[in-house]
Design a protein around this ligand. Structure first.
Ligand SMILES: C[S@@+](CC[C@H](N)C(=O)[O-])C[C@H]1O[C@@H](n2cnc3c(N)ncnc32)[C@H](O)[C@@H]1O
Length: 281
């Protein structure tokens, strides 16, 4: 994808996110409560924040860079923890959403920039924590990807941390879809080592993937609402009530797997990974 196409694609996603709040969808969401989506959100928040809390200090001096901030979920959480946050996204419309999501009080702690992770117009050695949740996996061009890794390390303070959340299989699968690249854990570790940072911690995020598969299918289908409504009208399995019930059961089964086993060597089997890198001193 060329730079303009990339920006256009993510702008389109930002507009979709806003239109998803239409009355019709709200009504549908209430009927078919997606326990899985809520669970996935909470799980990501628990894992990312529990790792980030070790870096964030209560003092205002902690400087956080939120790369690919999207609608501002992490930016808001870091600003609420009294950090000074710089939020960056390639999509101007995402930046608009991110600004809207932050309260006036916390807005003073955040500065926003439209720019690509591969070309950060930011100073060297500036941030204690660089947060990058499901962003690098969307940088499809190899040169841009390598440059993005170098940029992430460049702007981090020596001894500072880079927190990545990625679709990263442990074994040698290298595949690309229209909007996603799959890099093995090993490639991340190698590329960051070359750039001057080492992997200090990792954990699995979605070890429960087989159990939550139907929920993810449903989630994916919800991006194409016409297909979703078509199915729901014809098959009782897709009725709002049964989907809500099934997703509730899936959450009950997934929780102990993700929370208890994701941090053990079994996490190796999962494709979703959080990786923490430390920049060499
Ligand atoms: C899957 S969303 C994740 C958003 C946010 N990090 C979160 O976890 O809610 C990916 C985000 O990365 C942004 N993005 C994609 N490619 C980028 C690039 N090259 N530089 C900066 N941001 C990029 C997109 O605009 C989008 O907001």
């Amino acid at each position: 994808m060329r730079a303009e196409e990339l920006e256009g694609y993510w702008d389109h996603v930002a507009l979709e996110a806003r239109s998803a709040e239409s009355e019709r969808v709200k009504k549908w969401k209430n009927a078919a409560r997606n326990w899985l989506a809520e669970y996935a959100d909470k799980r990501a928040k628990d894992f990312v924040l529990s790792i980030a809390e070790n870096v964030l200090k209560p003092a205002r001096s902690t400087r956080v860079l939120d790369i690919g901030c999207g609608p501002g979920k992490w930016t808001r959480l870091f600003a609420e923890r009294r950090s000074r946050v710089t939020a960056v996204d390639v999509s101007p419309k995402m930046i608009v959403l991110a600004k809207e999501s932050i309260s006036k009080e916390n807005l003073t702690r955040v500065d926003f920039h439209v720019m690509s992770v591969s070309r950060l117009r930011l100073p060297d050695n500036a941030y204690d924590l660089v947060n990058c949740v499901t962003v690098l996996q969307h940088v499809l061009d190899d040169d841009e990807w390598e440059s993005a890794v170098k940029e992430l390390v460049r702007v981090t303070k020596p001894g500072g941390k880079i927190l990545l959340y990625e679709t990263a299989p442990s074994l040698a699968i290298k595949k690309r879809t229209a909007h996603l690249r799959l890099n093995t854990m090993k490639s991340y570790a190698n590329e960051f080592r070359k750039a001057g940072a080492r992997l200090v911690y990792w954990r699995a995020v979605d070890l429960s993937l087989p159990i939550t598969f139907f929920g993810l299918k449903k989630y994916a289908a919800s991006f194409n609402k016409q297909v979703y409504y078509f199915l729901a009208g014809r098959f009782s399995l897709f009725s709002p009530k049964s989907l809500s019930f099934l997703s509730k059961i899936a959450v009950a089964l997934a929780r102990p797997i993700d929370y208890r086993l994701g941090g053990t060597p079994l996490g190796f089997l999962s494709v979703g990974k959080i990786m923490l890198f430390e920049k060499n001193v």
